[in-house]
Design a protein. Structure first.
Length: 218
């Protein structure tokens, strides 16, 4: 097989880039990465070389180009079935698929109020709007359901690490950066994600980036 190349944005800010990067890294699938700094004058020109939609992430597999995070993750699951990125059991797999799509399509208020910023010193926002609180409640309730019903095989949403965990990893970073109070089950899950060696490597790389984007520095 051709070696994969993943095109991503700033590790400090690009939540969508984190998702496939983390899945590749945790699964131990070899890949090269190209980091394109976002929100700069030359970003558009740099993206034009790699990203047909003008956005990151983008996965290149020889002549095959896959863009959009969840599509990349689904492609990786097919390309590398040995990685077990979807649960084996049918009910768990269906649940993981639905949870992943809910993350992909929802939680806009949470995303807007708490932009991903891995370098941010953990501290809460001055106030949390009702719609943001509702998103937090839904996320933590979903995590609890995943752990209760399907989490017996490991510390992640459906036991072993998979696509659903990759999809929710940026929410974990938000909860950490904005010191969101969590119930014990959600807190244990947050800690399991943050303890991943791949996640620690992402944070180290994010800390070393020079770019500062004012709109994400709340």
């Amino acid at each position: 097989m051709d070696r994969l190349t993943l095109v991503i944005g700033n590790k400090n800010y690009s939540s969508w880039s984190l998702r496939p990067w983390l899945a590749l890294a945790v699964a131990g699938i070899p890949f090269d990465e190209i980091v394109i700094p976002l929100y700069r004058d030359d970003t558009k020109a740099l993206l034009a070389r790699h990203a047909p939609a003008g956005k990151v992430p983008v996965l290149r597999d020889g002549a095959i180009v896959v863009w959009e995070s969840l599509a990349i993750l689904a492609y990786l699951a097919k390309r590398h079935p040995e990685a077990g990125l979807w649960p084996d059991q049918r009910a768990a797999r269906a649940h993981a698929l639905a949870a992943s799509h809910e993350m992909h399509a929802g939680f806009a208020a949470l995303r807007r109020a708490m932009p991903m910023n891995c370098r941010r010193r953990a501290r809460p926002l001055a106030a949390i709007a009702p719609e943001v609180a509702a998103d937090i409640d839904r996320v933590t309730a979903l995590w609890g359901e995943c752990r209760r019903r399907f989490g017996a095989g490991g510390p992640f949403l459906h036991g072993r690490f998979g696509i659903a965990d990759a999809m929710y990893a940026p929410v974990v970073t938000r909860f950490a950066s904005y010191a969101v109070a969590l119930d014990p089950v959600a807190a244990a899950y947050r800690d399991a994600i943050l303890a991943l060696p791949a996640m620690r490597r992402w944070y180290e790389d994010a800390a070393a980036e020079p770019d500062v984007v004012a709109g994400f520095e709340l």
